[in-house]
Structure formats: C-alpha cells, structure tokens
Design a binder for this molecule. Sequence first.
Ligand code: SAM
Ligand code: SF4
Length: 448
Amino acid sequence: MDRDLIERHSAPVPRYTSYPTAPHFHAGVDAQTYATWLSESPADASLSLYLHIPFCDRLCWFCACHTKQVLRYDPISAYLEALHAEIATVGALLGGRKVKAVHLGGGSPTMLRADDVDRLAAALRQGFAFAGDCEISLEVDPNDISEDKLDAWARFGVTRASFGVQDFDETVQRVINRLQSFVDTAEAVAGFRARGVGSVNLDVLYGLTHQTIETLAATVEQVISLRPDRVALFGYAHVPWMKKHQRLIDETQLPDGYARFAQARLGASMLEEAGYVAVGLDHFALPEDSMAQALADGSLHRNFQGYTTDGAEMLIGLGASSIGRLPQGYVQNVAATAEYSRVALAGKLSVARGYALDDSDRAAAWLIEQIMCGFGFSAAELRRRFPGQASHLLAQATGIAQNDLDRFVGWDGDDFRVTQRGRPFVRAVASRFDAFLKRDDQRHSIAV
Ligand SMILES: C[S@@+](CC[C@H](N)C(=O)[O-])C[C@H]1O[C@@H](n2cnc3c(N)ncnc32)[C@H](O)[C@@H]1O
Ligand code: SF4
C-alpha cells in the first residue's frame, strides 16, 4: 500500500463505538429523562450491565481510559458504597428484566479486594434478575492478581477474562510506564483458566512510542503462545489534549501513519496465520469462539467496549462516567467520582448528559454499525428497517461510490461493501455517513 494513500486517509475520525459519538451528548438529557426512558422500556427487554471501576494502582502513560491512580484503598471502598446504592436504585426501576451480560471495566476492576468482589456479586444478584446463561466479562490488569482475588472472581461467575498486555518489549514498557513481564501475564491467564474461566482475551497495542515492527512481532508471537480465544489489536490513540498524562509520551518516537499501518498489517497477518479469524477493524478470534461465529451469522455488534456478541436491547451503565444505551437514546453518568457518589448515595440517578435518538440517527447508527462490523450493508435490509430514511442514505452511498477514486467501496445499488483494499480505512468509510462529523474535527485519534 503506498505511503501517499495511507497519509491521505490518516485524518482523525471517531472509532464509532456509538453513533452519534459521545462528544455529541448534552445536558438536555438528564436523570429525569433517564427515569422516563427506563419506565417506558419494554417489560421483556433484555439487559446488559456495564460497571465502571475508575481506579488503578499504576498510571500507564498511554492510557485513554477514565481512571485515576490511587495508592490507598479507602477511595475504592467509598466508591463501592455508591456503586451498591446505584445498583439498588436502577435495579428497582428495571423490575424483573433479565440480565444477559455483565462487563466490568475501568480502570482496573481487579483492584477490588476479594471480599469486595463477593459483596459486589451479592449486590448485583439482589438488584437484578440474571439469566441462567449470563456472560460475565472482566478486564484484568495482570499486575493486580492474587490467589484470593482469582477465587473471588471465579465465585463471581466470570466467563471471560480480558487481559491488558499492550507490548512485552521492555524498552517500550519503560517509555509507556507499564512494566509487566510475560511470566506474570501467563500466570494470570493460567490462574483464571484453572478456575474454569473458559474464554481469554488479550489486548495488544500498536503505534506506541518506540514500538517497531520487530517489537510488535515478538509481542504478537508471545501472545499467540498463550492461545487466547480472542485478541484485540488496538491502534494507540494519542490524544494528549484530552489525556494530559500522555504528554509524558515521547512524541518524537511515535510511529507515523505509514509505520502504524505496517504494524497493524503485520500483527493481523501473524494472527491470521496462527488460525485466528479477523473480526472488524481490530479483533481476532479463534474460529470456534462466539465472536467469530457472530461475525459469520451477522449478529456481531459494536458498543462502548468495542466489538461484542452482546445483543441486549438495553445497556445499563453503572458507575462514574458509564454510558448506557436504551431504545430511546444514550445516557452517561457524571464522570467525577465525588459528585457521582454524592448523587448515587442519595438514591438518585446520576445521569449528567446523553442523547435522544430520532429515526434518522437510528438509521445512520445501524448503517455505521453494519459497516464497522461486517464491512457493508444491504439496501433491502436498510429499506425494511428504516423505510423513511433509506432513500437519503442510499443516495449518500451512491455519492460516496461515485467519488471513490481510491477504490475503497463497491456499490451495485443492492449491496454496499468496503473492498479488501478499503478495510484498513473502514472508520473513514463509515465517517462518510456521519452527519455530525466536521471534516476538520481534530478531537479524534488517527484513523489507521
Ligand atoms: C481499561 S484497560 C484494561 C484493563 C487493565 N486496566 C489493564 O490495563 O490491564 C482497557 C484497554 O484499553 C486499551 N487502551 C487504553 N488506552 C488506550 C489508548 N490510548 N489507545 C488505544 N487503546 C488504549 C488498552 O489496550 C487496555 O488494555
Ligand atoms: S491501561 Fe489499565 S492499568 Fe494502565 S492506567 Fe489504563 S486502565 Fe489503568
């Protein structure tokens, strides 16, 4: 692939984990709106819960997550009290609707002490009705793991453990402030597997400072040796205007768009050669894994955690800064933990902003999700789902195809498809349908 092409398509664009994206949420959607939306939701809607733990015992300089470093446990204990209160408040409003999936993210949920993991499990089981086959996934910092915590998470019912690896090269680890040996990571993976956690995901980053094709290849080789069921190969998002600690990253040693592209391609080809199926933009799954199967049968989704097999009708966000999605729109809790805790402990909903979807948003959201997950959409399916919106979006598809000098898309009036050549630029293709995107918007990360 030539350098000019990559550079021309490296302009910042959203990752489309929602549409519209979170910067378009506003305070016009508040706790009152959320209460109304919850009360209007279908009684048989299935639920997915996302719980956010915004604490870590280290601060990795590359990190773009909503978290803060804590050296004592007290802030975590105080936060958990508020989280329990929110679970009770929201659970009471949701009646007997069944929870099909739970995701614990952060930050580092593995900061929780074993007895707090048990208490959280009890609060959730008291607040919500769980489906028998509920999937429970946990983001794991291997650095936090101990035998008692492993036992507690096994009691919690974790079915998938997702480990942050990033890069195993010691030089890279030093300059991103994330020291983590392969041995510690392998032991953490083995600890979860030994307790019956059936599915393992590893997160790897490319595009980090000081990272080269060689360091990435060595990391991916080590990752493959652990035979995870899934691998996420994320492009490092360098957004120091949003995350001030990223200023500690040596920008002079950041790979440019061309080098990032080469790293992403190399990682992908190594994983594919090792038997993994490429899923969307940045995921890889063993063929027997449910994510590869969801890709094959068209049931893959994209939400705030990235690609997911979770198709629940309502995503309920719990904890500071958590985002939820209801049929009516998006809601986001207040981000500051002190304010979140004050509101939650008072027994109130802590939503601070959100977005109410209209039919044209829903149609564009569906179409963008189809492009991000399956690299295309069917015109007939668009017309069936959104009869009032289809002609406008299909005219847009025609305009995009007519101006497609780089041969990124194919469009025959029935099927819109991103070509093999266009796949690395899928975010840029999806962005052509984004009615909110200002072309000079610099708030997002580089597109490849
Ligand atoms: C909440 S963290 C993972 C859990 C745990 N705290 C850990 O680090 O091991 C989720 C993942 O987000 C990814 N991530 C964090 N900052 C990122 C950034 N700036 N660009 C791309 N991915 C990022 C990392 O791969 C990380 O493993
Ligand atoms: S990458 Fe994980 S451990 Fe590191 S600061 Fe971010 S959330 Fe915390």
